[in-house]
Ligand binder design. Structure first.
Ligand code: CA2
Length: 141
């Protein structure tokens, strides 16, 4: 079975609870259930953390397991974290970075993503559907 990890960074545990006009009204659990239903043949690992180190640790665990892909929304760490860039580069697992909002039409500090430098592709501004498009891409590339 194809194994895909879906990782979410800081504050995405608040999905659906605030700012639905930017991030959508579904909660993180709703989103994970939607992905399970839409891709019944995929074995998913879902992980969210507000801690940079915990995300680094998770990526290095995945590198030692048999994962075909990572879908990663590093949230604010996208714009700051060389540690996550290095973790992804070292893992060597095809990764698609997802942003729910379009980071390029928001504040200047969101325009650059360090972690995108270790990703095969970036989906930004397609709402929560972006996660589905990312998985579809990983399965069919
Ligand atoms: O658009 C995205 O997916 C972001 O990665 C979301 C991050 C932001 O820092 C990035 O620039 C773009 C913020 C996630 C915060 O999520 C919340 C969700 C609901 C309520 C409050 C925060």
């Amino acid at each position: 079975m194809t194994r895909i990890a879906v990782l979410n960074g800081p504050n995405l545990d608040r999905l659906g609870k605030r700012e639905p006009e930017i991030y959508g009204s579904a909660t993180l659990l709703d989103l994970e259930n939607t992905l399970r239903e839409r891709f019944p043949k995929v074995e998913f690992e879902f992980f969210q953390s507000n801690s940079e180190g915990a995300l680094v640790d998770k990526i290095s665990q995945l590198a030692d397991s048999n994962y075909s892909g990572i879908v990663f929304n590093p949230a604010a760490y996208s714009h700051t974290s060389i540690a996550l860039l290095d973790a992804l580069s070292g893992a060597g697992i095809p990764t698609v970075e997802v942003h729910i909002s379009n980071i390029h039409v928001r504040e200047e500090f969101r325009h650059h993503s360090y972690t995108a430098g270790a990703s095969l592709a970036v989906i930004t501004g397609m709402g929560q559907k972006g996660y589905e498009y990312a998985i579809d891409f990983l399965l069919n590339r």
